[in-house]
Design a protein around this ligand. Structure first.
Ligand SMILES: [Zn+2]
Length: 485
């Protein structure tokens, strides 16, 4: 198979976390009885008039600012006409329209930054973010074969984020999607839960012979609901297009879906164009005029975003860029670490505990962070006990295991179990001397220059002290005894 260069762009739909729908006052509630939250507006009854939800507009602007977009203070609503049984209105109100004259999405020309596996950073453009309303839901029953319609989701506010075709590999596409999910979570604009469907991703992909060749014909893969499926679907389509091109054939422009079980992309419809939807300006609404002061207020109250938090963790707590990246991936984890680090004497050691112990243990814990018994302040106290030489790192692991199980304070556990580290030099020296006497042959070899035996002697001393000796002091004393001759 020849080597082709992929060109990838993403379109991400996310449900905004508002209390009510986009154009009516109906409540948004999941897992409730079907058709509970409906009214003439979201059912598209003749004569019903839509009124935009100010909170949804605020969220869209907040997301746009977080993704470095320009805000259109005079955005336009358009009507996208199509028939589907889950769309009683027969159209969807959106902010896109194919023609430049209709093209006034609320946010455009933004960018985000990803950090690739090799540590290099890359900017990916955000073409636009537009607002629209969701359709309802069809529920298919197999026995007896029948379909049901639930209108609760009709009119739920959505933002569609469209990236520039700047992505050059499926791995980069996953990083972009992760960054968008992270931004949605940090700004609290959406629950961004892919499993629950409040975030869905479509991937566009085409191949070309080289990095400077014109773009090839693309396929669009709809509704990818996990990072894994996005990556697998893009690889699958890449291979398919490459073998098509190798055979001297043309790739067909089409819309597809991905079947993860068969690892196949399947055509759901062939080429469609904007004019198929007969877009026109929404006649029931005026332009969405936004006061610049409203935008500035949202900008002023933007929360700290992932990139800024990563930089701050490096600067204030001395953690490495990689650790800062891991700690800020999830908003809740970053807040947990931030709280713990506030009064911590060693932010770097704390970061190690969070990453290698806490996050590892949390994987098996149902309920994640909120189910943790150990509080941030307690892990901070544990790290401070190490920093103060009250306990050593080895004992700290025992203490941590108990804290994780019981939620007890580390000071209490240390006291109860008599785990305070021995830092009394004379006491430690006595133990070291005993160990050296009992292992005279090894001690003699160590003295003669066999450095490898030092570890053995340190280990024996630690064991004899019940793990409580300060390992640094044990090392120092051994060196001293070796010189004494
Ligand atoms: Zn309604």
């Amino acid at each position: 198979m020849s080597n082709y260069c992929p060109v990838i762009g993403l379109e991400i739909h996310c449900q905004l976390a508002t209390k009510t729908k986009m154009f009516c006052g109906c409540e948004i509630e999941v897992n409730t009885s079907p058709n509970k939250h409906v009214c003439p507006v979201c059912l598209g009854m003749p004569g019903a008039m839509p009124v935009p939800n100010k909170k949804a507009v605020e969220y869209a602007i907040r997301l746009g600012l977080a993704l470095n977009c320009e805000i259109d203070l005079n955005a336009m609503w358009t009507r996208k006409n199509y028939f589907y049984p889950d769309l009683p209105k027969g159209y969807q109100i959106t902010q896109t329209g194919g023609l430049p004259v209709y093209d006034h999405p609320i946010c455009k020309n933004g960018w985000l930054e990803i950090v690739k596996a090799d540590g290099t950073k890359k900017r990916v453009g955000i073409t636009r973010i537009h607002m629209e309303e969701d359709a309802g839901k069809l529920i298919h029953d197999m026995s007896p074969s029948q379909s049901h319609f639930d209108a609760n989701r009709c009119g739920t506010p959505l933002c569609e984020i469209v990236t520039e075709p700047d992505i050059r590999s499926p791995e980069e596409a996953v990083l972009v999607l992760k960054k968008i999910k992270q931004t949605l979570e940090y700004t609290r604009v959406s629950n961004a839960n892919m499993e629950n469907g409040n975030m869905r991703c479509d991937g566009n992909i085409s191949l070309r012979a080289s990095e400077d060749a014109p773009f090839g014909i693309r396929a669009e893969i709809k509704n990818l609901n996990s990072f894994t499926n996005l990556e697998k679907a893009l690889y699958c389509e890449m291979n398919l297009q490459a073998s098509t091109l190798d055979a001297g054939k043309e790739v067909e422009q089409c819309t597809k879906r991905y079947d993860p079980n068969a690892d196949k992309t399947i055509v759901i419809r062939s080429k469609e164009d904007a004019h198929d939807y007969k877009y026109f300006p929404e006649p029931d609404m005026v332009r969405l005029v936004t006061d610049p002061a409203f935008v500035e207020e949202i900008r002023r109250t933007l929360p700290e975003l992932p990139d800024a938090r990563r930089e701050r963790f490096m600067k204030d707590f001395g953690v490495s860029e990689y650790d800062a990246q891991v700690l800020t991936e999830d908003r809740d984890v970053s807040e947990w670490y931030d709280t713990a680090a506030k009064n911590c004497k060693n932010g770097k050691v704390l970061a190690n505990w969070v990453i290698t112990e806490l996050l590892a243990k949390m994987k098996d814990l149902e309920g994640g962070l909120s189910a943790l018994k150990i509080k941030p302040e307690q892990l901070c106290a544990l790290v401070n006990l190490i920093a103060d030489n009250t306990i050593n790192g080895k004992i700290a692991k025992t203490v941590f295991a108990e804290m994780f199980e019981t939620g007890k304070d580390p000071e209490v556990i240390v006291k109860e179990k008599g785990l305070v580290q021995v830092t009394d030099t004379a006491a430690i020296e006595a133990v070291v001397r005993e160990v050296c006497a009992a292992n005279a042959a090894q001690f003699a070899e160590f003295k003669a220059g066999k450095v490898a035996l030092k570890g053995f002697l340190v280990g024996m001393t630690m064991r004899k002290s019940g793990g409580k000796a300060n390992p640094g002091l044990v090392n120092q004393i051994l060196d001293k005894l070796a010189k004494e001759g």
